[in-house]
Design a protein around this ligand. Structure first.
Ligand SMILES: [Zn+2]
Length: 253
């Protein structure tokens, strides 16, 4: 199979703001290194509200996503599925494959295969299969871009760093994002609708603080102030070398 030598990264995660919690620091590093970066969610976050209707909050959160992505020159995409209803089915998978076909990623981030809610697990399956299939000529009506091939695939930490049964997840790859923490926080803060209701509910800026606690915990593994952790997918025919470690040598498992 052709080697994928493009420098294009995409995160395909379930919801708006998942990327900012789980992999934005590493994506900032990629953008700074000259990579083209895309951020995609399966849903527009239509249930992330106590006050707006589905369409109002989708509109608000889509604008927040675009603003967050723009801070690092990234492009935002949405598969336009619904919160709590993300499925691994033919129509959603075709949307994911078509998105990957247009973007032709060489590096993909998605959720852990086992995570705290099913939207995350379904997004993980969609990203895995879209990675595998998008370079097959007949998989999508969109034109095949030069260099399209099976990309490096990394699973982000599950929420809380544990699987749904409470077992800790052991990362293969830990990337230092200390220098990116300010921008990562700025990107997360762009999701103002989510930050505000959590702040009202908790009486503190829990939205930003929980992201920082997670990063600090992973940072302990490599002796840095903040880090993001991943598990690399190494099944056939995915690339076997740890590209993130090669790019950012300071990070290690
Ligand atoms: Zn989520």
């Amino acid at each position: 199979m052709e080697k994928n030598s493009r420098r294009v990264a995409i995160s395909l995660l379930a919801h708006p703001d998942d990327a900012e919690f789980l992999c934005a620091g590493t994506m900032i590093r990629l953008a700074d290194a000259g990579w083209t970066v895309h951020i995609a969610s399966c849903t527009p976050g239509d249930c992330g509200t106590m006050t707006h209707d589905r369409w109002e909050i989708s509109s608000i959160r889509t604008r927040e996503n675009i603003a967050s992505a723009a801070k690092i020159g990234a492009t935002y995409h949405c598969l336009d599925e619904r919160d709590g209803m993300v499925c691994y089915d033919k129509s959603t998978l075709q949307k994911a494959i078509d998105l990957f076909r247009r973007v032709a990623p060489s590096l993909v981030f998605t959720h852990a295969p086992k995570d705290y809610m099913m939207d995350h697990e379904m997004a993980s399956l969609l990203a895995r299969q879209a990675s595998f299939m998008y370079g097959a000529p007949n998989a999508s009506p969109h034109p095949l871009l030069p260099g399209s091939a099976v990309p490096h695939l990394y699973y982000c930490d599950p929420i809380g760093m544990v699987d749904p049964l409470g077992n800790p997840v052991e990362p293969t790859t830990v990337i230092d994002v200390s220098q990116q923490l300010a921008m990562k926080s700025e990107m997360l803060a762009a999701h103002a609708s989510q930050r505000e209701w959590l702040r009202a509910h908790h009486g503190m800026d829990e939205y930003i603080e929980s992201m920082k606690r997670h990063g600090a915990e992973r940072g302990k593994r490599i002796g840095t102030a903040s880090a993001e952790a991943f598990v690399q997918h190494r099944g056939h025919p995915y690339p076997q070398n740890d590209l993130l470690i090669e790019l950012f040598a300071k990070g290690r498992a």
